[in-house]
Design a protein around this ligand. Structure first.
Ligand code: CAO
Length: 261
């Protein structure tokens, strides 16, 4: 009976897997479209970026302490009408670590003959918008509070949802992060936003068993990070040291508070 069949299928689908709102149309004919607009810009920027020799570096971050603070952050921020997620913390921690590794907040010229160390931390955030992938940036993160970073991300997300992100918001980025984990996945292979020299992608925060310092298993909130950098000017050791510092800030929110500018 159809009703019984539907029930059987539903019961095997994990509750976290969203079902599509409608069934796809089955087209009888091939269809060719001109690539234009934002997609055309992506063709240009990604083709250019992949001429750059990339290297990758991955690690896992234990966000258990930060996850424990999320509700508190959200309640306080909501008093100012600001939605708070993990992103402002990821962005601000990156900026604090970039102060120690300015070579990662830099850009190179067309033939990679000169490198410019950028004074501003204009941290780009890959966004899944109604126009597809866009990377607006939060300007001057080095001089913003966590609350100000959150407010700016809210503004960019609202513009993204309306298809109204302007050129000022996507210009002059200096470093990029991509939280693909808000959709799913663990590892990624991000592509740098040339002429920037580094990018990080974060996977889904998962509850996984880990050992504490006494060898006791506990339920940890683990997130994978995948960094990519321009191997012409960035070496693996620099990326690893930066990542360690960023990781330390995220795993110890009190340390982050102490170093906050
Ligand atoms: N793992 C698990 N949960 C996560 C998460 C992660 N890595 N990141 C965010 N979440 C949670 C948030 O905490 C939030 O939960 P609550 O509603 O309970 O607070 C929920 O997921 C939704 O978050 P959000 O997406 O509204 O906000 P965000 O600040 O975390 O992320 C943004 C903002 C812009 C990064 C995100 O909306 C987005 O567009 N992600 C896709 C990026 C992308 O496409 N990257 C690929 C680029 S290459 O093509």
């Amino acid at each position: 009976k159809p009703t019984a069949a539907v029930t059987a299928v539903e019961s095997t689908v994990p509750s976290t897997t969203p079902l599509p709102a409608s069934l796809p149309m089955v087209h009888g004919k091939d269809r060719t479209e001109t690539i234009k607009g934002f997609q055309k810009a992506m063709v240009r920027s990604m083709t250019q970026a992949l001429k750059v020799p990339h290297f990758g570096y991955c690690d896992e971050i234990d966000l258990t302490a930060l996850v424990g603070k999320k509700k508190e952050f959200q309640e306080l921020a909501s008093k100012y009408g600001i939605r708070f997620s993990f992103m402002p913390v990821f962005v601000k921690a990156a900026s604090l670590a970039l102060l120690h590794f300015p070579v990662l907040n830099a850009s190179v010229d067309a033939n990679c003959e000169n490198i410019t160390y950028k004074a501003s931390h204009n941290i780009g955030i890959a966004m899944d918008t109604v126009n597809g992938l866009l990377v607006p940036n939060v300007k001057e993160v080095q001089s913003k509070t966590l609350l100000e970073v959150a407010q700016e991300i809210n503004r960019l997300q609202e513009l993204g949802a309306k298809g109204a992100i302007g050129s000022a918001d996507i210009s002059n980025g200096t470093f990029t992060i991509s939280n693909i984990g808000s959709i799913g996945g663990t590892y990624a292979k991000p592509v740098i936003m040339h002429p920037e020299v580094a990018i990080g992608a974060f996977g889904k925060i998962q509850k996984l068993p880990r050992f504490d310092s006494n060898g006791v298993v506990f339920a940890a909130h683990i997130m994978q990070v995948s960094w990519a950098a321009d191997h012409r000017v960035i070496d693996g050791a620099t990326m690893a040291r930066f990542s360690n510092m960023w990781k330390n800030f995220l795993e110890n929110p009190t340390l982050l508070a102490l170093y906050m500018k």
